[in-house]
Design a protein around this ligand. Structure first.
Ligand code: SF4
Ligand code: SF4
Length: 173
């Protein structure tokens, strides 16, 4: 369902707050030289990241019923995310996005999509071993890929094994 004009304006304000929050939370890691990976490749518009958007939340949101209800209600009414399930281990909620059209694989409110949709897949770069969705046109490359690759080349591995190891170490696509 397309966002109404008023909701589009409201989401623009929320997006600005989200951008400030993101910039401040990533300032310290960036000063420490993290994440250590560069985002490479391009979005091929496969739409996989829209099929079941997931959000990881702090403990207070996951376990406190009222806060949890507020967040899920916000997601439903502002972002159009309908709650599907949760995962206790990673403290994530999974949703069905009401803006996503599985037939055309398009977002009906692309211009007013939430900050998290705009930011994806950058959060993956902060994982120790970034793993992208199958078919995603992006990949992570280590910032020190050149040095690691040179060391791996000296190991005398078979071409297939070398290729596998380079992928695993994110020095190769
Ligand atoms: S999964 Fe990757 S390639 Fe596919 S739409 Fe999302 S960001 Fe783009
Ligand atoms: S709002 Fe748009 S971009 Fe974000 S998950 Fe839904 S369909 Fe995808």
């Amino acid at each position: 369902v397309r966002d109404a004009l008023l909701l589009q304006v409201f989401k623009r304000v929320v997006r600005a707050c989200h951008a400030i929050d993101l910039a401040s939370s990533r300032l310290l890691p960036s000063l420490r030289g993290e994440p250590g990976f560069e985002l490479r490749g391009t979005c091929n518009m496969c739409g996989q990241c829209c099929e079941t958007p997931t959000i990881q939340v702090p403990r207070v949101i996951f376990y406190l019923k009222t806060v949890r209800w507020l967040i899920l209600t916000w997601q439903r009414n502002v972002n159009g995310f309908e709650y599907l399930s949760q995962d206790r281990r990673s403290r994530t909620f999974s949703f069905r996005c009401t803006h996503w059209d599985p037939e055309t694989k398009r977002c009906d409110s692309y211009n007013s999509r939430p900050g998290m949709c705009r930011d994806y897949p950058h959060p993956l770069l902060y994982a120790p071993n970034p793993e992208f969705l199958p078919g995603c046109g992006h990949y992570a490359m280590r910032e020190d890929a050149h040095d690691i690759e040179a060391s791996l080349d000296e190991l005398g591995l078979s071409p297939e094994k070398l290729d596998e190891v380079k992928r695993r170490f994110h020095v190769h696509r």
